[in-house]
Design a protein around this ligand. Structure first.
Ligand SMILES: O=C(O)CCC(=O)C(=O)O
Length: 389
């Protein structure tokens, strides 16, 4: 848990046990300080613009003065038993409070078996361990986003990672394309499909908490997901060395972060991370680490949840640092509505005093534009701020 460049003594001293957020950083302890943190700190004062917008990746990392509270770890067992029971109300309130404050929490007792998570981890490692030629056989293309990719962009900057993306079986309604599955490792597809199903079920249960938290019946949001959701799974591999270093001449700007800052486009994200740190959330001008908590699934809200809730829940900006000592693996499941969903602030959060802050968004179109920008640099990325009233 405290690997990858963190000095054990410092982290133990400054962390509240189990809360998943560390309090203080010595920049010398950060993953890849040379290539990113130090150079960016030095440039911070005079060079913080990216495509005409403030580049949040240049903001400082939180020290003790900026971290008076912590990212919650929430036991969701009662919610999974019955979201309408009295016993689940404190869980729902904790989730609502976490999503207002951080947009993130770590869920424990989430019901996904450890054995399944272990198999997902094993297959993820085995896939990324394949020789590059085997991975290139399932390479993502311009018109089909499913499969392997090693040159992904976030905010038009190349990330230091490799990914493998897949979605539901059949032809997906946004890109009219279908999954690419590798021949190796064996059992890769059934394991991933089983995990996809488990994440879909858990996400639907979490949606009940979000609906109740916004004063709506538990199943209010289900209509946009149950039959035709467009959720997808991503396997992330953050190697220590830039995966295309010295191989490609195009897009050779330095991949100085694992993933540059972004918010997730959809409703909510479930993430399993391994024991290597690197994920950070941006809050009030600082970056806070989300440290691995054993057995927990990290949950965060996305752009569509921010719109539905009329800014009560927010889509947190987050990123992953570049690795310097050990590779990192993570598996996010992005739970997204049906392609035809028209997303706008929900009736329970809009009234005369609080008018709708967004115009309706067509999810399929929004998602299509966002992922096109991940593939190649098509200029400014689509953002929900463009739909603000
Ligand atoms: O690897 C992580 O911890 C975060 C992944 C993420 O933000 C993404 O894939 O969009």
């Amino acid at each position: 848990m405290l690997s990858n460049g963190f000095r054990l003594s410092i982290v133990v001293e400054l962390m509240v046990p189990g809360d998943g957020i560390a309090r203080c950083w010595d920049v010398g302890d950060r993953p890849d300080p040379k290539s990113y943190i130090l150079s960016h700190t030095a440039q911070q004062a005079n060079s913080s613009m990216l495509h005409g917008i403030k580049d949040l990746d240049r903001d400082p990392i939180a020290g003790p003065a900026q971290a008076p509270d912590s990212l919650p770890v929430i036991d969701i067992a009662e919610l999974l038993l019955d979201s309408t029971s009295l016993a689940s109300r404190p869980v729902i309130d904790d989730i609502a409070a976490a999503c207002r404050r951080w947009g993130f929490f770590q869920a424990v007792n989430h019901g996904i078996p450890d054995a399944l998570l272990a198999r997902v981890r094993e297959k993820t490692h085995a896939f990324f361990d394949l020789p590059i030629d085997a991975k290139l056989k399932v390479l993502r293309s311009h018109d089909n986003p499913w499969g392997f990719y090693h040159k992904e962009l976030t905010k038009n900057q190349r990330d230091r990672k490799q990914v493998f993306d897949f979605t539901r079986a059949g032809t997906d309604p946004i890109y009219q394309s279908s999954n690419r599955w590798p021949e190796q490792p064996g059992e890769f597809k059934p394991v991933m499909e089983e995990y996809f199903k488990a994440c879909t079920n858990l996400s639907l249960q979490l949606l009940e908490a979000f609906s109740i938290g916004l004063g709506l019946p538990p199943h209010f949001m289900h209509a946009d997901f149950e039959k035709n959701h467009t959720g997808f799974m991503r396997l992330n591999y953050y190697p220590v060395h830039d995966p295309i270093e010295g191989v490609e001449s195009e897009q050779q700007q330095e991949a100085d972060l694992g993933i540059h800052h972004h918010s997730d486009a959809g409703a909510l994200t479930l993430l399993v991370q391994d024991d290597v740190s690197g994920l950070q959330v941006h809050r009030n001008g600082y970056w806070y680490d989300i440290l691995p908590v054993e057995g927990a699934i990290v949950v965060n809200t996305g752009d569509m949840m921010q719109v539905w809730s009329n800014d009560i829940y927010h889509a947190p900006v987050h990123r992953v640092l570049a690795m310097s000592e050990r590779a990192r693996y993570s598996v996010p499941f992005f739970f997204n509505p049906a392609a035809e969903a028209r997303v706008s602030p929900l009736p329970s959060v809009v009234n005369e005093q609080n008018p709708a802050r967004y115009r309706p968004i067509n999810w399929g179109e929004y998602r299509g534009r966002r992922s096109a920008g991940d593939y190649a640099d098509y200029g400014a990325e689509v953002q929900i701020s463009q739909f603000r009233n």
